[in-house]
Design a protein around this ligand. Structure first.
Ligand SMILES: NC(=O)c1ccc[n+]([C@@H]2O[C@H](COP(=O)([O-])OP(=O)(O)OC[C@H]3O[C@@H](n4cnc5c(N)ncnc54)[C@H](O)[C@@H]3O)[C@@H](O)[C@H]2O)c1
Ligand SMILES: [Zn+2]
Ligand SMILES: [Zn+2]
Length: 361
């Protein structure tokens, strides 16, 4: 029997989000229904609401979630009812050309639930990143459920489902940060902050945090930054070069998603260094760079989708490190809120007041 649950949707471009009742079907073959315990508010949810991702309104928002599997459909073997899981948006297919080459982190055909969740009048919902977890329950593909140690708090675990994993992975997986490297992170919200923390975990010896907001820079210090630069008052390229013996950083992570910050990242890295773009630009943004500089500075210009993570490999490992006290994932939870406070959380995110607001159900 389909169930009716409360959820947060974005009905139209730019309109405030609203709590409404949605219909969650019983899981079909390969699907699971998950009772959501916590879901973080990510900048990407706001991008959806603003129409910056696509026009497929109404959206069922929320995608950084943890919860307990309630029921599974036919043929599901990876999880069972009662399992504590973090939801992921990379349920790899195993069949596409990326998967067949052993590069499943780039899977081009990731699984989502086949059935649709709907409004009471039958209107189909588009779940954010194929998840939709600002909801009491949601329907996903079983492969989107990654089992982790239930000793962790759901509010902390859920954050690995998107922003924190994206940031840690941008540094470690995409940027290949290793022991002794110098790293700069431009934009230190939830994602950039996680890139700072990931760089520390990987043994970077210099971690330079750049933001236009001093509060974010203070937090970045707590997360592991060794130096901070407020780029509202200081040229970040010069500052990063100065802090790295005149050379630039080995790896620069761009976690804002704007052409001007990308340019800063491009010029703030050492010759043959690596730029990682993890911030998500909007469709109208363009970038102009002297091609000779692209050639002459060498190195690698990479984009990071979801921190190039493999959920089944990375989520349990990072939760274990957290439970051992070696990775303070709790530092990202600024506040916990109710389901009806997502709109205010967007506002607080916009004002820069929070790293993560987390809806707890
Ligand atoms: N690639 C991925 O897989 C992935 C996953 C999740 C989020 N994202 C993207 O990452 C970006 C950051 O997400 P978030 O949740 O951390 O957002 P956020 O709003 O919490 O953080 C953005 C930070 O950038 C800072 N900032 C803004 N303009 C700046 C500038 N000109 N120079 C320096 N700093 C500046 C802000 O002060 C803030 O601290 C977004 O674009 C989001 O969509 C990407
Ligand atoms: Zn694939
Ligand atoms: Zn996200």
């Amino acid at each position: 029997m389909a169930q009716q649950v409360k959820a947060v949707i974005a009905r139209a471009k730019g309109a405030p989000v609203e709590v409404t009742t949605i219909v969650v079907p019983d899981p079909g073959p390969g699907e699971a229904v998950v009772k959501i315990q916590a879901c973080g508010v990510c900048h990407t949810d706001l991008h959806y609401r603003e129409g910056g991702i696509n026009d497929e309104f109404p959206f069922l928002l929320g995608h950084e979630a943890a919860g307990v599997v309630e029921s599974v459909g036919e043929g599901v073997t990876e999880v069972e009812p009662g399992d504590f899981v973090v939801l992921n948006w990379r349920a790899v297919c195993g069949q596409c050309r990326a998967c067949r080459r052993g590069r499943a982190q780039y899977c081009f055909n990731t699984h989502n639930a086949k059935q649709k969740m709907t409004l009471l009048d039958g209107t189909e919902l588009s779940p954010a990143l194929g998840i939709g977890a600002f909801a009491e329950k949601t329907l996903v593909a079983a492969g989107q459920c990654t089992k982790v140690d239930p000793a962790v708090s759901p509010a902390v675990a859920g954050l690995l489902g998107c922003g924190v994993m994206a940031g840690i992975g941008a540094a470690i997986n995409t940027g290949g940060v290793g022991r002794g490297d110098s790293v700069a992170v431009i934009g230190c919200g939830g994602v950039g902050g996680a890139a700072v923390m990931g760089s520390r975990l990987a043994g970077a010896s210099k971690i330079i945090a750049v933001d236009i907001d001093d509060r974010k820079l203070e937090t970045a210090r707590r997360l592991g930054a060794t130096h901070t630069v407020n780029s509202r008052s200081t040229d970040p390229v010069e500052a990063i070069r100065e802090l790295t013996g005149g050379n630039g950083a080995d790896v620069v992570v761009e976690a804002v998603g704007r052409p001007e910050t990308y340019k800063q990242a491009f010029y703030a890295r050492d010759l043959a260094g690596t730029v990682v773009l993890v911030g998500v630009p909007t469709p109208e943004m363009t970038l102009e760079l002297p091609l000779l500089d692209v050639f002459g500075r060498g190195g690698a210009l990479k984009s990071s989708w979801y921190g190039d993570c493999l959920p089944s490999r990375d989520f349990p490992m990072l939760i274990d490190l957290h439970l051992q006290g070696r990775l303070d994932l709790g530092a990202f939870v600024t506040e916990t809120i109710e389901l009806d406070a997502v709109e205010q959380a967007f506002e607080r995110m916009h004002q820069g007041d929070v790293l993560r607001s987390v809806v707890v159900l």
